[in-house]
Every structure is written in C-alpha cells, then in structure tokens.
Design a protein around this ligand. Structure first.
Ligand SMILES: [Zn+2]
Length: 168
C-alpha cells in the first residue's frame, strides 16, 4: 500500500489520536475501493465511527477479515462456518513482528488476539465483528468488544506480514 506523502501520513496519525466516535471516517481499504462499477449502491464502511457498526455494506476491511477467516480455515488459525444460512467466522491475529519479544512498537495485537463475527449467507452486510482478547480477561466487560478501526487495520497488516514470514 502506497504512502503518498508526509502530509497524508501526518493526518492519518491525527485521525488515530482523535479516537472513537468523534468524526465520520472510512477505513483505508474503503477509500481505496471507492465505488466499484459492479456495485449497485456505494459501499458503506463499517468503521465510520472508529468502531465496528452493523450498519455497513461491503466495507472492504470487514470483507477482507471475512476472507482471512475463510483462507485460514484451511489451516488451524481460522474458522468459517455456515449453518442454516447464517455464517460465522473466527480468526487468530498474530502480533506485529516488532511487538515481540517486547520490541519498541506496541501495537493493538501485541500478545496476538482473536476476532469473531457473523453475517448472513455471503451478503455484503457484516452483522458483527468483535475482538476476543484474554489480555483483558481480568475484566470481563472488556474481554470481548466491538472491533475498532485501528484494530481491524492492524490485524490485516499483521496478517500480511505474518504471511511473508510465518512462525508456526
Ligand atoms: Zn470500510
């Protein structure tokens, strides 16, 4: 993925610092995707508030995570299941390579983690994506939360890096 210029990078960092729910935004993959000509209506990003919302359609990040759940279901790090037209998926998320062992970078998946979710058939709406994280296991209210945009994008980045250099 190209990083256009320093100014773009700076504004992205500012977006990250603003946190959740202050301003409508889109995930990077939805911005790249635009409105594909074969889509009847424009995609609706699942992360406009910075946190997953079920009010989405063909959000490129949500769809990418669903694809990873499917791809990794052939190994042992993902699960994809469809029962009575309801689809379920889970995915282990590797830490960023610089996060371990206790590197400088401290990312949202520093101990590895898990995403679970569900959607109807293979439709464009993703009904739920949550992070399941034993890191916060001492606090059960925080052990399973809606996935944030920062977590979703980091999960995809970590998977791209992990595929280059798997450590199974
Ligand atoms: Zn999106």
């Amino acid at each position: 993925m190209a990083r256009e210029c320093a100014a773009d990078q700076r504004s992205t960092d500012e977006d990250d610092q603003r946190g959740i729910g202050e301003e409508a935004m889109k995930c990077k993959l939805c911005i790249e995707q635009g409105h594909p000509p074969n889509f009847g209506s424009p995609p609706r990003c699942a992360f406009e508030s910075g946190e997953f919302s079920s009010d989405n359609w063909n959000c490129a990040t949500a769809i990418r995570i669903r694809e990873l759940m499917y791809q990794e279901s052939f190994g042992e790090l993902g699960l994809r299941l469809r029962m009575h037209d309801q689809s379920f998926g889970s995915l282990w998320v590797p830490p960023h390579p610089e996060d371990i062992p206790y590197g400088k970078r401290i990312g949202p998946w520093r101990g590895g983690g898990f995403i679970s979710g569900y959607w109807y058939k293979d439709r464009g709406q993703t009904e739920m994506l949550i992070r399941v994280d034993p890191r916060d296991g001492g606090n059960e209210k925080e052990a399973a939360l809606r996935l944030t945009l920062a977590e979703a994008e980091a999960a995809i980045e970590n998977w791209d890096l992990y595929k280059l250099e798997p450590k199974r």
